[in-house]
Design a protein around this ligand. Structure first.
Ligand code: IMP
Ligand code: MG
Length: 191
């Protein structure tokens, strides 16, 4: 048995379960896009491990690009304000986009990205997220492909971080309260 990081209170989704689901999702997504060449838009940095694994199970022609955003502080977030810190390199007008996210929580980040990209007139926009945490949803977002629905816990691993760490864990784990609870203010800066 592999060692579990001591900061993790519980493994929510094992490495094996992730692998199995990502294979299924890759096939499902590829089937949905087998008549066009979709542009996969990864939302950095949480998408990184998921996207890299997903595309290995998509046996179709596709292109990849990335977008990176920074959420503003909690107070400002009430307005859904998000700032793009790395924009796409690709012109997306007329393209079929598939956004790849690690987790949808309140929905504010992805809600902003959807509105922003929609304004550039792609032919279609799909949303694929590994994790869906519906308990905290504020902005309703249409999720087309979902890996796992999870309860309201702060999770890390497989690309997801707490203060930029733990992205390299091969599983999704719940972080100990004494780490996430160190200072309440830190929680405002999830992303
Ligand atoms: P939103 O609340 O849906 O806008 O999510 C904003 C961002 O917060 C996500 O893209 C993640 O980067 C981050 N986030 C939300 N929940 C978690 C979590 O449980 N673990 C790690 N990051 C999270
Ligand atoms: Mg983060």
């Amino acid at each position: 048995m592999k060692e579990i990081n001591p900061d993790i209170v519980k493994v929510l989704i094992t490495e094996e379960a992730i692998k199995q689901r990502v294979v299924e999702m890759g096939k499902e997504v590829a089937d949905a896009y087998n008549e066009s060449v979709p542009l996969l838009v990864g939302v950095l940095k949480g998408c990184s491990l998921f996207m890299a694994d997903l595309i290995r199970h998509m046996n179709i022609a596709l292109e990849m690009d990335y977008i990176a955003v920074l959420s503003y502080t909690e107070a400002q977030q009430a307005s859904g304000a998000v700032r793009i810190v790395k924009d796409l390199d690709t012109v997306i007008e007329g393209r079929d986009l598939l956004i790849i996210e690690g987790i949808v929580d309140t929905g504010m980040t992805i809600g902003y990205i959807l509105r922003n990209l929609q304004a550039r007139q792609p032919r279609s926009i799909g949303l694929c997220t590994l994790l869906d945490k519906p308990a905290r949803r504020i902005v309703p977002v249409p999720i087309d492909f979902r890996g796992f629905e999870i309860p309201d816990h702060f999770v890390v691993g497989y690309g997801l971080d707490f203060r930029q760490r733990y992205r390299n864990l091969p599983y999704i784990g719940i972080l100990k309260d004494e780490i996430t609870g160190l200072a309440q203010s830190l929680k405002k800066n999830f992303s």
